[in-house]
Ligand binder design. Structure first.
Ligand code: HPA
Length: 267
């Protein structure tokens, strides 16, 4: 049996074998949502092949249970490419999600905004992305399945449901393009100007590898960014991880309302 099949058995033995309707990856500032799920919590350290997330502000456990009446699998933390130089850090977790019978993945992250009309504390639904990292989680995948089409990577149906949930909550949810930088440094002002010319609306250090892996595994996927700052050079405010962690909860509170409404509408 493959590693992920073993993990699926282990998780089902603990949490039951009802497939989760939705997988949720919680970015900076949203980790506490894992506590709101009624269900079984398993530390990543018990799941061979899951990342040992080391970024402060993340909560490395998988929680399978019910949120707003919907069966969910919540990934309380993610690993980033910059931690070990491995863009496929989330490959095993997402393969396991698919193995549990889940069909949809919702990703969240903290990002820097390139648009004045999406200030820090506001949210952006990703309608596309740019891979500016030079890496890809499918490098080394030996099968032809690696040639994943990404022309409609961000699922139109999920995006429409998230946009509706935001409208129902009276929350402004803009849409735009997220550009993946490898990190861990924040960008230079020149890189931010370049990203703008390329057509990016936000920059960040995560999410794109997970979108690629989700499509590889045949999961429908959507992602929402919480803006924690303006991109480098666009504002006089300084950019730091401390600032990201301090700002993330502002947008996260709005995102939590959208997520809960989105889940209720699934029922
Ligand atoms: N750049 C990259 N990643 C980020 C930023 C940023 O400005 N803010 C939060 N995550």
């Amino acid at each position: 049996m493959s590693k992920s099949a073993d993990l699926v058995s282990l998780i089902q033995a603990r949490a039951g074998d009802t497939p989760p309707r939705i997988g949720l990856v919680l970015g900076s500032g949203l980790g506490h949502l894992a506590e709101a799920v009624e269900g079984v919590s398993i530390d990543y350290s018990e799941l061979d092949g899951f990342p040992h997330a080391s970024v402060s502000g993340h909560n490395p456990k998988l929680v399978i249970g019910t949120l707003e009446g919907v069966r969910v699998a919540v990934f309380g933390g993610r690993a980033h490419y910059y931690e070990r130089g491995n863009p496929a850090e989330m490959r095993v977790p997402l393969e396991v999600l698919k193995g549990l019978g889940c069909e949809q993945l919702l990703l969240t992250n903290a990002a820097g905004s390139l648009r004045d009309d999406i200030p820090p504390g506001d949210l952006m639904l990703l309608n596309d992305h740019i891979n500016f990292s030079g890496s890809n989680p499918l490098i080394g995948e030996p099968t032809d399945a690696r040639f994943v089409p990404l022309s409609e990577a961000h699922d139109a149906g999920m995006r429409a449901e998230l946009a509706q949930a935001a409208r129902d909550e009276g929350i402004d949810l803009k849409e735009g393009v997220y550009c993946w930088f490898a990190g861990p440094c924040f960008e230079t002002p020149a890189e931010i100007r370049a990203a703008k010319i390329f057509g990016a609306d936000a920059v960040g250090m995560s999410t794109v590898p997970e979108v690629i892996l989700a499509r590889f595994f045949g999961l429908r996927v959507a992602a929402v960014s919480v803006m924690t700052n303006m991109g480098a050079g666009l504002s006089s405010e300084s950019i730091s991880h401390e600032h990201t962690k301090a700002m993330a909860p502002l947008g996260a509170a709005k995102l939590e309302r959208i997520l809960r409404r989105f889940l209720r509408a699934q029922g």
